[in-house]
Structure formats: C-alpha cells, structure tokens
Design a protein around this ligand. Structure first.
Ligand SMILES: Nc1ncnc2c1ncn2[C@@H]1O[C@H](COP(=O)(O)OP(=O)(O)O)[C@@H](O)[C@H]1O
Ligand SMILES: [Mg+2]
Length: 426
C-alpha cells in the first residue's frame, strides 16, 4: 500500500513540475518568437521608409536616388518592390521577393510555405506636392528566424527532459524522505498491535481456564453464577480469537514470508473440503469441489490454508439452509484462479469495496456471537497479496457471492525443478 502512495506522490510531483516547466518554456518560446519577429519588422520598416523617401516618380517611372545603398539589401537577403498607385509592379531589387498582389491596406504580410517571407508595404508620397506616387514593399525571408526557433525548441525540449530527469531523481529521494517517518510510525503501530495481541493472550487464557474449571465443577458455585461463568467463557473465547486474528494480521504485515516452499493447492483444498463438509451438511448445504490436477504455487502453506479457510467459513456462514457452495479452480497463463462460490445472502454493490477492510461487517451491530470479527477477509487479502496474488469478489444481494483468489502458478517450472526443490516442502 505504501509503495502505491509513494508512486502517486512522485507522479503528482512530476506532473506539477512538468506543468510548470511546460508553461515556462511556452512563455519563453512565445516571447523569443515575438521579439525576433518584431526586430525583423522594424528593420523592414526602416528599409521601406528609406526606399520610399529616396524614390521619385519621373515620366511614368520610379527613380531611386543614386545614394540609396541598393547593394546592401542583396547582401542582407532582403528585397524591395515598387508599385504604382494602381498596384502594378513597376520594378524590383534584391532577394526574397514575394509573389503576391499588392494590398495597400495591409502594412504587414506573411507568406507561408517552403520559404516563408515577411513583407512590409508603405506608400510613396511625392516630396513636392505631397501626393501619393505609389507603394514600396520591403521583404525578407523568415528562414533564419525559423532556424533560430528550431534550435531554441531543441534546446528547450532537451532542457525539459534533463530537468524532468533530475527532478525525477530528486523526487524519488524526497518521496523516500517524506515517507520514512510515516513508514516508521506504521511499523511501530503494527508492532504495537502484534505486541498487545501477544500480551493479551496470557491473561485471556487465565480467565478462560478459570471459567472452564468453574463450569466443570458447578456444585462449587451458586446456580445463578453458572450462567455468568458461561458468558465469561464465551466472551473470552471470542476475544481470544480476535487477538489471534489481530496478531496474525500484524505479523503477516510486518514479517516477510519465511516458511516458503512449493505448495500444492489441491492438497490444501481437498483437506479443507473434507474438514468442512460435515459442517456444511449440518446446514443442508450442498458442497462441491472441482479441481485441476496440479496447482503448484510458491508460498507459505499455513497462510494459504488460512486464506481458503476464511473464504470457506464465510461461504458456509453466510449461506442459508439448502444452499450450495462450489470450489473450483482454473489455470490461465501463469495464474491459478480459485473460486469459492455460494448461493448465500450476497453483498450489496455499495459494500463490495469494503468487505476487505479491517473490522468491516455487513452486520453493523458488531455482535461477535453471530460470526466473526470482520477480520477474516482482511487476513485473507493480506495473505494473497503477500503471495503476489489478489482476492476479488462478485456478488448479488440475495443471490450469492463468488470470491476469486488469483495466485501465481509455478506450473511453468519443469517437473525436475519441482522435485529438486521438493525438499523445501518438507
Ligand atoms: N460469502 C459471503 N457472503 C455474503 N457476505 C459475506 C461473505 N463473506 C463475507 N461477507 C461479508 O463480509 C464481511 C466481512 O467478512 P469477514 O472479514 O470474513 O468478517 P466476518 O466473517 O468475521 O464478519 C462479513 O461480515 C459479511 O458481511
Ligand atoms: Mg469471516
């Protein structure tokens, strides 16, 4: 569970940092693009203004002053075009001349395509009469600007990747640091539960044995006290089973699987079937077992037995008279699925998520006499997860429930490797 929180924390951190970086780089990109475009526009306006001031209309032709540095525009890969008042092209000089009809109302034009061009159009006003002579259009290719922006994109992209990598490493370290105290206090809490349950065992046993002795010799006590001792015995038995469950849960949480060996689930399920058949039959419940031949898993035999005991006990407990329970298995790929299906009371859809919570019971009165403590499925799920597995449930109220346990099969191993390791089993 903690690793899931760690990953969520790291993912959220990277998402926030990535978003900030994204916004920042977009802002840089927009600012640089705007500045470079503005710079080119200003240069072209200067050029067009200079050309307009140096142009004169003589005998139907536009003449340019001799001192206008026409050679410079070619060196700077710019172009100049002159138009008469009607918008007809009269003359042109330089490079990157846009093949566009003149639009005297639009000052700035952008020509996209293979060779994108920016053009600025200004009117030419006669110096003597102040009348409109024609128009001059200055243009320049945006190729260099695009190359610069391309380099900037690569730089920003590389920078983002590098920053995300560094922040990812930093994030892992930060997550570890921030989760450490939580992990420690959780471990302490689990240790406390384990210790408390362990310490409670002794006094409970003492109360229980004293009650048993008192009930055994009823002549030594008053008749009315007998009932009280029976109540004490029943309550102590419940408490003992509760502390045992808590201890088991705490230990399963804290201690890694130690008694690991190759386990044949078939043997466990066969034994449980034989053990619980009389109990089911006493309730007139029909119980059926259908197993595949080899169901080998790697794990702790006692824990796996406990897992299926809890599921089977629930199935019997929550199925009413003349019901039916089926235990079936199926192997799919590298997984073994064990289904414990009953025709019992079922679970409401809203409660399906809660059944594996500790101490959760559909019967909210928490009267322990009518079943367990609400830890059975929590224990079963913890055991399944410790075996790299999972228990899922499908249920319909009033129809029945199906608890499916998925475990990692080791049928992929060759028989020789099984027999080689079978010493582990003993
Ligand atoms: N087979 C089942 N059919 C219907 N309800 C079930 C079944 N198994 C479990 N439940 C519900 O889930 C709750 C939790 O189960 P469990 O953890 O085993 O606790 P307990 O059996 O001690 O109450 C039960 O109280 C019951 O409401
Ligand atoms: Mg139970």
């Amino acid at each position: 569970m903690l690793w899931a929180i760690k990953y969520r924390l790291l993912f959220s951190y990277l998402l926030v940092f990535g978003s900030i970086l994204g916004v920042f780089t977009s802002a840089v990109r927009i600012f640089v693009t705007h500045s470079l475009e503005q710079e080119i526009t200003e240069k072209l306006i200067d050029l067009a203004e200079g050309a307009a001031a140096s142009s004169e209309y003589i005998n139907g032709k536009i003449k340019l002053d001799n001192d206008f540095p026409i050679q410079d525009i070619t060196n700077r890969h710019q172009g100049l075009q002159w138009f008469n008042r009607e918008g007809n092209l009269l003359q042109q000089q330089g490079e990157n001349l846009p093949n566009l009809p003149l639009d005297p109302h639009v000052k700035k034009q952008l020509l996209s395509g293979k060779n994108p061009i920016i053009a600025i159009t200004l009117p030419i006003i006669g110096s003597e009469d102040g009348k409109l002579i024609g128009y001059v259009r200055a243009s320049e290719s945006l190729e260099n600007l695009n190359k610069t922006l391309n380099k900037l994109d690569w730089g920003l992209g590389g920078g983002i990747c590098f920053a995300l990598l560094i922040s990812g490493i930093g994030g892992i370290w930060l997550t570890r640091q921030s989760m450490q105290p939580i992990e420690e206090s959780l471990q302490k809490l689990q240790q406390f539960t384990a210790d408390a349950s362990h310490e409670l065992r002794g006094p409970l046993m003492a109360i229980k044995s004293n009650a048993v002795v008192a009930i055994k010799y009823p002549e030594a006590i008053r008749e009315t006290d007998l009932e009280k001792f029976q109540a004490i015995l029943s309550a102590t038995t419940q408490m003992s089973s509760l502390t045992e469950d808590l201890l088991l849960l705490a230990r399963t949480d804290i201690i890694p699987n130690q008694d690991v060996s190759f386990i044949n689930l078939k043997e466990i399920l066969d034994k449980l079937y034989t053990l619980y058949k009389p109990q089911a039959e006493a309730k007139e419940i029909q119980i059926q077992l259908q197993l595949d031949q080899d169901l080998y898993v790697l794990g702790d035999g006692e824990q796996l037995k406990r897992l299926f005991t809890n599921l089977l006990e629930n199935a019997i407990h929550y199925t009413s008279v003349q019901g039916r329970i089926e235990i079936t298995t199926r192997s799919v790929g590298s997984y073994i699925y064990v289904n414990v299906q009953d025709t019992g009371v079922g679970i409401a859809p809203d409660n399906l998520e809660k059944v594996f919570d500790r101490f959760w019971r559909a019967d909210e009165s928490r009267t322990y006499n009518c079943g367990g403590s609400g830890l059975g499925l929590a224990i079963a799920q913890t055991i399944a997860k410790k075996h790299a597995g999972l228990i899922t449930v499908k249920s319909e109220l009033g129809v029945g429930s199906c608890f499916t346990t998925r475990l990692l099969s080791i049928s992929l191993f060759s028989k020789s490797s099984l027999s080689k390791n079978s010493s582990l089993k003993s």
